[in-house]
Design a protein around this ligand. Structure first.
Ligand code: KG4
Ligand code: ZN
Length: 308
């Protein structure tokens, strides 16, 4: 009915990344105006809400606590059930909002600032973790490389933009070799850093667009290869992309192309539903409520919550 997003990107941009203390303070300032706006845009009264879902992790503890406290207060005051949602599961469920015909089972590739994982979604409330990153998340790698290339925060969209005018085959960056469906991006990150440092020491000019395109291709190759082989191994016919990095245009087009070639159905949330938002949390919460999976008023934030 409404999906209000209050972004702090311009505030953190001048620091080159999220400053946790500032993020918590801004959450306190923004939470009530956002709730008021969401309720008024939906054209309802607060009293008409009959359940409240909130993300309790993973994420920054100070920011999570603000949301959890507000949701607990509303649940208590309105005498309505509270639903504790895992933020990463929320990312997957953004796809049900973009494409209402989507039904499990499917394979989900979840790529965000803090996580990269391959999930087998067996049913609405039944997930299996097939693989995840052993070190840096995909989004983290994008942000770190952008930072050393003096691009503004958040780096993912900047690399995406720059890569469009670069040659993805200009530089041969290594493809991580990890078993099964796990990922690793720290070796690739070091290789790009070494490339940039060596060029600087030798006084050689680099083409930033080629670096961005070649780095991005290395990340995407590994994400796409593992996703497609997992879908093949588990005989799943649908592939779902989720998380902030899903907003990457080349990841989306590469995965879409291979899905067409190999006869997988491909699902992808609209850009606004890719990055963090409340609608996806409400959607995940809805399916939890069908199972009466409610939280108590002792709910706490869990910053390092796993995907399952
Ligand atoms: O899911 P999200 O909004 O927040 C977390 O839960 O982390 O993801 C944010 C991440 C950041 O690392 C950001 O750089 C990355 O998603 N991102 C992108 C793009 N848009 C956002 N990465 C690559 N290409 C993009 N277009
Ligand atoms: Zn997220």
């Amino acid at each position: 009915m409404s999906n209000v997003i209050s972004t702090q990107i311009p505030i953190h941009q001048k620091f080159g990344g999220v400053v946790p203390e500032i993020a918590s303070r801004k959450h306190i300032v923004n939470i009530m105006p956002v709730i008021d706006e969401a309720v008024s845009k939906a054209g309802i009264k607060l009293e008409e809400i009959n359940q409240i879902a909130v993300t309790y992790g993973p994420g920054l503890v100070g920011a999570l606590l603000v949301g959890v406290s507000a949701a607990k207060a509303l649940s208590f005051a309105l005498k309505i059930p509270l639903i504790a949602v895992n933020h990463l599961q929320g990312h997957i469920f953004a796809n049900f909002l973009s494409e209402p015909t989507l039904e499990p089972p499917f394979l989900a590739l979840v790529v965000s600032g803090g996580h990269s994982a391959i999930i087998r979604q067996k049913n609405y409330n039944d997930f299996e973790l097939l693989g995840q990153t052993r070190d840096d998340a995909a989004g983290e790698a994008f942000d770190k490389i952008a930072r050393v290339m003096n691009l503004p925060y958040p780096g993912g969209p900047e690399i995406d933009k720059l890569a469009k005018i670069g040659n993805p085959d200009a530089i041969e960056f290594p493809r991580p070799k990890v078993s099964d469906f796990d990922f690793s991006f720290s070796g690739l990150k070091s290789a790009v850093l070494n490339f940039l440092n060596t060029a600087e020491m030798k006084g050689e000019k680099i083409n930033p667009a080629d670096v961005a395109a070649s780095f991005q291709k290395a990340v995407i190759d590994s994400l796409v290869d593992k996703t497609v082989s997992a879908a093949e191994k588990f005989n799943l016919k649908k592939i779902v992309l989720a998380g902030g990095v899903a907003a990457n245009s080349s990841l989306e087009s590469t995965l879409r192309k291979i899905c067409t070639e190999k006869n997988f159905e491909f699902f992808y949330p609209s850009k606004i539903l890719c990055t963090d938002n409340a609608a996806m949390i409400a959607c995940r919460g809805y399916y939890q409520s069908l199972e009466k999976n409610f939280a108590t008023n002792n709910l706490n934030a869990v910053p390092n919550l796993g995907i399952l």
